[in-house]
Design a protein around this ligand. Structure first.
Ligand code: FAD
Length: 472
């Protein structure tokens, strides 16, 4: 049996490696020159950087042990420090009681508590939107300070039009009692992913496990074709026959696994009812523009990253690569920051040239007071087209139509973040890759891939990694 994998990101490479280890002949096609997808690391100004912050975290032993088997001992435990920049003040995240009280002031803090209590006694009925879900749980006041601005900047739509699924997948299990306990008791062991105080990070960058996987794959005789974009999936009479390349040639395989954008790939398959193509066209993605700034100082701030909720600037997050692993700095004294801007294809921001983006980023970072203009040495821009699948109102109905169509072809699987239109982190994409490979090798569909990152629950039965690769 042979299989083709479209896309050499975490999902595609995991699936490919598991298949190759199980004796399946595998070819991987990747449109970019470098493997790793959105979790790649690359050289910049003599240092290593990632595409924004890339923290690996999972409570699932299966995923942890797979990730660890790709990294070996070559990782460090990073003490997480992240803050929220809001109203020109810095709030620790996870929340710390004194800092939150000082920043909010006594009156605002009381309003937050009253609004939380009100929400507990007067919950709105069915929580369809992100706004309903979060304000029911934390109260409208806390929602408006800590969730609304950031989420609307990220998704580019009002939180009333953002499906509650986004909250269910990302902040499910987080409750006010745990937030308050964490705020009052320093270093309390936390159960929720968003609050963990330490995480494992590969010494030479978040992309290392995937580079190692690519080496293993080639040793097992698999081929990875970089710079080779797949134009479509070739299906005849309900059976996937292989892939269509840009030059019009067809390559035949027994099994096709795609981690390329789901909505695009499904539209390349002929003879679905028109409602399938319509549903695909109606699903949208958000883009990220990363502006890297080289700063001639090594003492800027201690955070790994800072969430930016403040309305005075347009970016949503700043990563400081100095605070991840000393090895990626390669002895350099300069600090590299990455500022994330989000936009849709037709937004002016997405179309700005590199020079304008760098100028904008310089002006805005200076406004925050974190960096002085005279210290900024250089800038570099990376554009990530379709970095976030958008869960807008009605997306579930469209996904249902698309999933049914996809499932009608037995020897085809859609995995990964864009590949299955799910707001995946690395751990979800790794899991999808593992489960897809299990399905193929066993010749079954015993694993429902669509359920990953939906009703699959991280919190249960697992432990995160410690410095020796054991359980924390
Ligand atoms: C700014 C940012 C920060 C993030 N931070 C974190 C974090 O802290 N922790 C975390 O776990 N996750 C984080 N993520 C998410 C993480 O990057 C993704 O979950 C992960 O990369 C998804 O892996 P994937 O294989 O599903 O998709 P991708 O990484 O998108 O890989 C898909 C691959 O398919 C290729 N491809 C697409 N179309 C074609 C085609 N037609 N033909 C051939 N190849 C194709 C792409 O080039 C890409 O290499 C972050 C993402 C972003 C954008």
């Amino acid at each position: 049996m042979n299989a083709v994998i479209i896309g050499a990101g975490p999902a595609g490479l995991t699936c490919a490696l598991k298949l190759a280890e199980g004796g399946v002949a595998v070819d991987v096609y990747e449109s970019e020159p470098q493997i790793g997808g959105m979790t790649k690391s690359f050289d910049l100004w003599g240092q290593k950087v990632d595409l924004g912050p890339h923290r690996f975290f999972s409570m699932d032993e299966k995923i942890n042990s797979f990730w660890l088997s790709q990294v070996g001992d070559e990782y460090v435990m990073v003490d997480r420090l992240t803050r929220i920049y809001y109203d020109q003040k810095f709030f620790f995240y996870p929340v710390k009681a004194i800092n939150a009280l000082t920043n909010l002031g006594f009156f605002e803090a009381c309003t937050c508590i009253l609004s939380y209590l009100k929400a507990q006694f007067h919950k709105k009925g069915e929580e369809k939107s992100f706004e309903e879900w979060v304000s029911n749980k934390f109260g409208y006041k806390l929602y408006s300070i800590f969730f609304k601005t950031y989420s609307e900047r990220l998704w580019g739509i009002p939180c009333t039009e953002l499906d509650a699924d986004f909250a269910r997948q990302r902040i499910k299990g987080l409750d006010m009692i745990e937030v308050i306990k964490g705020a009052l008791i320093p270093h309390k062991e936390t159960k929720h992913k968003t609050l963990v105080e330490q995480f494992a990070y590969p010494k030479m960058g978040g992309g290392i496990p995937y580079e190692n996987m690519a080496v293993k794959l080639e040793r097992l005789g698999s081929r990875i074709y970089t710079n080779t974009s797949v134009k479509g999936i070739f299906v005849e009479e309900g059976v996937a026959k292989g892939i269509l390349l840009e030059d019009g040639s067809v390559r035949n395989y027994d099994y096709v696994v795609s981690s390329a954008p789901f909505t695009e790939m499904i539209c390349t398959i002929e003879k679905f009812p028109e409602k399938v193509y319509k549903a695909a066209r109606e699903l949208i993605y958000r883009n990220t523009t990363l502006v890297y700034l080289q700063i001639g100082r090594s003492d800027l701030f201690q955070d790994n990253w800072i969430y930016v909720h403040d309305k005075s600037v347009g970016f949503g997050r700043i990563t400081n690569f100095r605070n991840w692993s000393s090895a990626i700095l390669r002895g350099k004294k300069e600090t590299i920051l990455a500022l994330e801007y989000w936009s849709y294809d037709n937004d002016r921001l997405w179309k700005l040239g590199d020079r304008e983006m760098i100028q904008l980023a310089k002006e805005e970072i200076v406004k925050t007071g974190l960096v002085m203009e005279k210290d900024i040495l250089d800038g570099y821009v990376v554009r990530l087209h379709r970095s976030y699948p958008v869960y807008n109102t009605g997306y579930q109905d469209r996904m249902k139509i698309l999933q049914e169509a996809a499932d009608s072809i037995k020897n085809l699987a859609f995995i990964g973040r864009n590949g299955s239109f799910k707001y995946n982190n690395q751990d979800h994409s790794i899991l999808m890759g593992l489960l897809a490979a299990e399905n193929i090798v066993s010749g079954t569909r015993k694993n429902n891939l669509w359920a990953v990152n939906t009703d699959y629950d991280y919190q249960e039965g697992g432990k995160s990694l410690d410095e020796k690769g054991g359980k924390k």
